[in-house]
Design a protein around this ligand. Structure first.
Ligand SMILES: Cc1ncc(COP(=O)(O)O)c(C=O)c1O
Length: 362
């Protein structure tokens, strides 16, 4: 039987949900493609600033209802930052200690937000070791390792309950194409892709899921080969997506198509998107936008009509000192000029002369 603390904890999370509004589905003006509609599911407008607000709520409810977390349980998480920000928010709501294990390269603004919500940060040099450090710390403190990379795909109610997929399909109800051809998202845990893929099948929608993957991530290769031993060194270069090893929440069987997006293309894409809609998003939204542009170019070449929905994962202000900084791009020896030119030429004239981009279908 649930004790009073558990009842209050769940009530506090539910009250937080009742106070919250849904996120917008923002249309992108496409002068060169009158027959194609592109929408951004703008997850940056959640209270904690990213799509991870949904995941953090689900992970806390899952852990509470499983009896894994009680009134004095410290919460530990391995994260590229966004999940930790949202979990720090919920931990504070429940009066629990929260420690995030994050890569040293994480943007300073994200670290600041974790501590602003009362969380603590443990910085690690090697991003591939974040989960191992988090698990060890949880054992040492008698805490609970939230482990988003394992539980993201199963903590979310994939059949509905206003998950991200249900929300998108409801918001498309009065659009010219209410069933999109493509959903475009990245994979950090793989949870967002899993929620969309399962929901689409459950509702028998004729929509395909395209997962975009940055450099130095194994997901693309894993989708092609199904080799679970794949490893790469270092971070992906696009915070929030791409992992150095295969993670349990990434389910390749629900993905229809993958595109490997060069990091320079992701950074260029957020600059071009800002020109179009006057909003700044983070790098992973740029990866999604570049992937959506590849798919739009395909559709236009085949004379297809229809809609695409891409995820706006978090806001650009977190990355002022990195992806939006000319100095940072210069230091990284990254030139985004030619990708910017290509993206503008696609959006304005429908011309797309990008060199070979690695792509794979199920
Ligand atoms: C900024 C950002 N974008 C995208 C993602 C990918 O989402 P998911 O974990 O559901 O695969 C993440 C996940 O960490 C993220 O932090």
């Amino acid at each position: 039987m649930p004790d009073a603390w558990l009842r209050d904890a769940i009530a506090a999370i539910n009250a937080d949900f009742t106070r919250s509004a849904d996120t917008h589905l923002v249309p992108v003006f496409l002068p060169a493609f009158p027959q194609i509609k592109l929408y951004i599911k703008d997850e940056s407008t959640h209270v904690t600033g990213s799509l991870k607000h949904r995941l953090a709520r689900s992970l806390f409810l899952y852990a509470l209802c499983n009896g894994w977390v009680t009134r004095n349980t410290p919460i530990i998480e391995a994260s590229s930052g966004s999940t930790a920000i949202s979990e720090a928010y919920y931990a504070r709501l429940l009066g629990l200690r929260f420690i995030a294990v994050v890569a040293r390269s994480t943007s300073p603004e994200k670290l600041r937000r974790i501590t602003q919500y009362g969380g603590e940060c443990m910085l690690v040099d090697d991003p591939s070791q974040d989960r191992a450090h988090a698990r060890a710390l949880a054992t040492e403190l008698g805490g609970h390792f939230m482990d988003q990379f394992t539980f993201a795909e199963r903590a979310t109610d994939w059949r509905g309950n206003n998950n991200i997929a249900e929300s998108v399909f409801k918001q498309l109800a009065n659009e010219p194409y209410s069933c999109p051809r493509w959903i475009v998202c990245g994979a950090g845990t793989g949870g967002t892709a899993a929620t969309f893929g399962r929901y689409i099948r459950y509702r028998s929608y004729a929509t395909q899921v395209c997962v975009v993957d940055p450099e130095r991530s194994v997901f693309y290769e894993y989708f092609r080969t199904r080799n679970p031993q794949l490893r790469v060194a270092g971070g992906s270069g696009v915070e929030g997506i791409g992992r150095p090893q295969v993670e349990p929440s990434f389910l390749p069987t629900i993905v229809d198509h993958m595109i490997r997006v060069p990091n320079a293309a992701s950074y260029a894409a957020i600059h071009v998107l800002e020109e179009r809609i006057g909003r700044r998003y983070g790098g992973s939204t740029g990866t999604n936008f570049f992937g959506a542009c590849c798919l739009m170019a395909d559709m236009a070449a085949r004379g297809e009509k229809g809609a695409l929905v891409m995820i706006g994962c978090d806001a650009g202000e977190l990355y002022r000192e990195t992806y939006y900084s000319a100095e940072w791009l210069h230091q990284q020896q990254i030139d985004i000029t030619s990708y910017c030119t290509q993206l503008r030429s696609l959006l304005d004239q429908g011309r797309w002369a990008i060199g070979p981009i690695e792509r794979a279908s199920a």
